[in-house]
Design a protein around this ligand. Structure first.
Ligand code: NIG
Ligand code: FE
Length: 404
């Protein structure tokens, strides 16, 4: 006797489980079982596929002809931070751009001030609200970055809040140390970077990854390489905020340093895009950020896919460049602005998002943790199509309903 059967699933989305990210054309392949069911026992998948006889369970969930999928994965967020920056919206309307705001001591540095002032408890309370909203929107795995402390005490505070969130909610988190996210006011960039490199020894036990913001006016390619080499030497796998605004060669550096992901990539070079093919670095695209910064040029997802690269999608939820925690909204922007197909989008927010952060989730094969969403939608193409609202009907974490 199993614990739970989910019956009456009109279409069940079944991304393929692989030991490396899906690339190029593979991303447009997606198995969908019609008239399907899922059997769960001990919080794990026993069966997920077309309706079949022979299973019994203590509890039945009737999906009432709705569709279902693995729970979504958001592989790039800055969910733990203090305060907000709504005043930047009118600055942007006056034509002041993102890097100019930062150069003048605002932007990320404004959030650094607010994060330093906030207590551990206040940061926990604030991030909890976003995490609850993410769960309600069908996300059960979240990558969470530090980077608003820029000193030992406050970077550790952010990472510890992130870990406490994971202990208190039915989600999996991956924790990323992003010490080199900006240069503190008045600091010398080399001295500061050295401090962050020294901190790696301490944060490596509470972090899954080390990340850096490689951008004009922030950290150079040479500085980013030095930081990534140091993290790799200490056994901490790397990520990079790369080629977001200026084409500095961050994608090439990510591949050279065997980064698990290279994120943003709006300005990535043709060389970098073709190099994705022979690497397992996942291109995590953040089209909500391009949208929110009011730019016209989006990351070249098609170029990356047509060159056999692996692509994923994330919110980049943060208080400055993308203020949404709704990954479904990003799926819509990806369909509209990145010209990705519905199949590519679903693979990007499940199995490839898992590969971008070293998670075992994103699929529903036997033995997988039973993390899934029943969607109030007629088919899988509907979710990126009907944008700006929540389509999640029931969210199941480790076999238990956590939202309906
Ligand atoms: O991924 N680009 C750098 N970091 C964040 C934004 C952080 C902020 O503006 O507070 C990003 O877009
Ligand atoms: Fe980011």
């Amino acid at each position: 006797m199993n614990d739970t059967i989910i019956k009456n699933i009109k279409s069940l989305i079944l991304p393929k489980k692989t030991d490396r990210p899906l690339k190029g054309k593979e991303m447009d392949e997606l198995e969908i079982a019609d008239d399907a069911m899922v059997v769960i026992d001990g919080g794990k998948i026993v069966y997920a596929g077309p309706k079949t006889d022979g299973y019994e369970a203590k509890e039945t969930i009737d999906a009432k002809g709705m569709i279902a999928s693995p729970a979504l994965i958001d592989p790039h967020t800055h969910v733990v931070h203090g305060g907000s920056r709504e005043h930047e919206m009118s600055l942007k309307r006056q034509g002041v751009d993102y890097l100019t705001i930062l150069e003048k001591g605002g932007g990320i540095l404004n959030t650094v001030e607010q994060t330093r002032k906030a207590t551990h408890e206040a940061l926990f309370e604030k991030a909890s609200k976003n995490i609850v909203r993410m769960i309600q929107h069908g996300v059960l795995t979240v990558e969470s970055k530090s980077g608003y402390g820029l000193d030992r005490e406050n970077e550790l505070k952010q990472l510890n809040v992130s870990r406490e969130i994971e202990e208190n909610f039915p989600i999996e988190m991956k924790h990323t140390f992003l010490g080199p996210h900006a240069i503190p006011k008045g600091a010398d960039s080399e001295t500061f970077l050295n401090e962050m490199i020294d901190l790696l020894d301490e944060v490596k036990d509470i972090s899954d990854f080390a990340d850096i913001f490689c951008e004009t006016g922030v950290f150079t390619i040479e500085q980013s390489r030095r930081y990534m080499e140091a993290a790799n030497e200490k056994g901490l796998r790397v990520k990079i905020h790369a080629d977001e605004i200026d084409p500095l060669g961050g994608l090439e550096l990510a591949i050279e340093q065997n980064a698990i992901s290279a994120d943003h990539l709006v300005a990535a070079s043709e060389t970098g895009k073709t190099m994705l093919k022979d690497s397992d670095t996942v291109a995590v695209l953040l089209p909500g950020t391009t949208f929110y910064l009011g730019k016209d040029k989006f990351a070249d997802a098609r170029g990356m896919l047509d060159n056999d690269g692996a692509v994923s999608l994330a919110t980049d939820y943060n208080p400055g460049s993308c203020v949404t925690d709704n990954l479904q909204m990003i799926m819509a922007i990806a369909g509209l602005k990145l010209k990705m197909t519905p199949n590519e989008i679903w693979n990007a927010v499940t199995v490839n998002a898992a590969h971008a952060i070293g998670s075992e989730r994103g699929t529903l094969v036997e033995g997988d943790a039973a993390n899934l969403v029943i969607w109030d939608a007629p088919n899988h193409e509907y979710i990126p199509y009907h944008y700006g609202v929540n389509h999640a009907h029931t969210v199941i974490a480790d076999g238990k309903t956590v939202y309906e």
